[in-house]
Write a protein that binds this ligand. Structure first.
Ligand code: CTP
Length: 393
């Protein structure tokens, strides 16, 4: 993933500094070379020695008496990518204003590789007008930011400001280094998860979809710079806070949400497992057990087919085919029958797993993809080139 990539991890003085230890370890495990800048205040929350042992490199904490003569220039020149995690409001302010009064801020003045900033702080500090303006200014200069998560903060406040999961930071780094912001300026709509059709207040018809692949696709499109909306039915994986998500319970709600969002979309990826059948009648009271029971089922709407009918020139649609046999043939047949631009034919034997095995099919070609869902999602978005989307909507 990050094999031989040179990652400069800058740790500043917030309580989340201890969480960056895990990030350092994950970077090493993914094959990156890691050097660490450690501010004086970071040392109040975590130990320099820990980062030294995990990164297997000397930690840089001062402009003076460093292992190399001019550390800020050497580190800036060395890095393929810089990640500041956690980034305090003070560090963000210094970078925005061009202040270089310690090793981290001076290195940032000399930096010429992409920088990912991971703010983590008290909610009021994050919402402070100065912090917000500094972040905005840095965004316009091409700095990449991750949104802090919401939740219980170390200071006792509840709200936005938490350091995100290190796995999310890793996704950002690996995606940016390989693909940049390839989907910037495009709108991507992804559906995910298993729809449910109620039998009575207790029971429903559903399927084994977990939504993991759809979430991976939404996450990948977001990190690639697209404006993403995710329409999620029932999912077992956690939904990334930074993705605009609409919930849809059943086929009808999925149709309503998709119909509303689709007209502004450049690319639709229809990954949700929409039930094909629903009970003819949903009982308002719980069905009591008696003898055998026969349920009459009626067809639901085919959401994808309804959206294909709405499609305008310039829009692209990628469907998914869930198959338990003749996977590629089944996928190809659905590509033609549903009049799609692309389809991903999925082997149902891997449903719900973290690994996937699928075949990406376009009218001209097909390619087998095997691996973890996130890299496969990136591969799919790499094949559907945003360059072929024309602004004709
Ligand atoms: N789909 C949909 N609405 C449905 C059923 C399926 O939008 N009621 C979409 C799925 O999201 C997927 C594609 O159609 O993108 C193919 O779904 P799949 O379940 O593989 O095939 P079906 O069309 O349902 O046909 P079958 O179940 O007979 O294989």
């Amino acid at each position: 993933m990050l094999r031989n990539r040179k990652i400069l991890l800058a740790v500043s003085g917030g309580i989340a500094a201890y969480k960056a230890i895990e990030l350092c370890s994950m970077l090493k495990k993914s094959g990156a070379q890691v050097k660490v800048i450690f501010t004086e205040n970071a040392g109040k929350f975590a130990s320099e020695l820990t980062f030294e042992v995990i990164s297997q490199n000397k930690v840089y904490s001062s402009l003076w008496n460093a292992a190399v003569p001019i550390p800020h220039i050497e580190l800036a020149d060395w890095a393929d990518m810089i990640v500041i995690a956690p980034a305090t409001a003070n560090v963000i302010a210094k970078i925005a204003q061009g202040i270089g009064d310690d090793l981290l801020s001076s290195t940032m003045l000399a930096a010429h590789s992409p920088v990912l900033i991971v703010p983590a702080m008290n909610i009021n500090m994050y919402n402070n007008a100065a912090t917000a303006a500094n972040i905005e200014l840095l965004r316009t200069r091409g700095f990449l930011f991750m949104e802090p998560e919401c939740g219980m903060l170390a200071c006792g406040y509840q709200g936005k400001g938490r350091y995100p999961a290190n796995q999310e930071i890793l996704y950002y780094l690996m995606t940016y280094l390989k693909h940049g912001l390839a989907w910037k300026g495009k709108k991507v709509l992804v559906t995910a998860g298993a729809c449910r059709e109620d039998i009575d207040p207790m029971r429903f018809i559903t399927n084994h979809s977990t939504g993991k692949m759809g979430i991976a696709l939404a996450r990948a499109a977001h990190i690639l710079g697209a404006e993403v909306t995710l329409i999620a039915a029932h999912v077992t994986a956690s939904l990334p806070e930074y993705i605009n998500t609409i919930r849809a319970y059943n086929a009808e709600e999925m149709l309503a949400a998709c119909t509303k969002e689709f007209p502004e979309t450049d690319l639709l990826i229809m990954n949700a497992a929409v039930s094909d059948y629903k009970p003819a009648i949903t009982q308002t009271e719980k069905i009591k057990k008696a003898g055998n029971l026969t349920l009459e089922l009626h067809r639901t709407v085919d959401v994808l087919s309804a959206l294909v009918k709405m499609k305008k020139p310039g829009q692209l649609i990628c469907g998914f085919a869930a198959e338990s046999q003749d996977i590629v043939a089944g996928g190809k047949a659905k590509l033609v029958k549903k009049n799609l631009d692309y389809i991903v034919a999925n082997d149902l034997r891997v449903a719900g797993a973290d690994l996937t095995s699928c075949t990406f099919i376009s009218p001209e070609s097909q390619i087998d993809m095997i691996g973890e869902k996130y890299p496969v999602a990136l591969q799919i978005l790499d094949f559907i080139s945003p360059d072929i989307i024309k602004d004709e909507k």
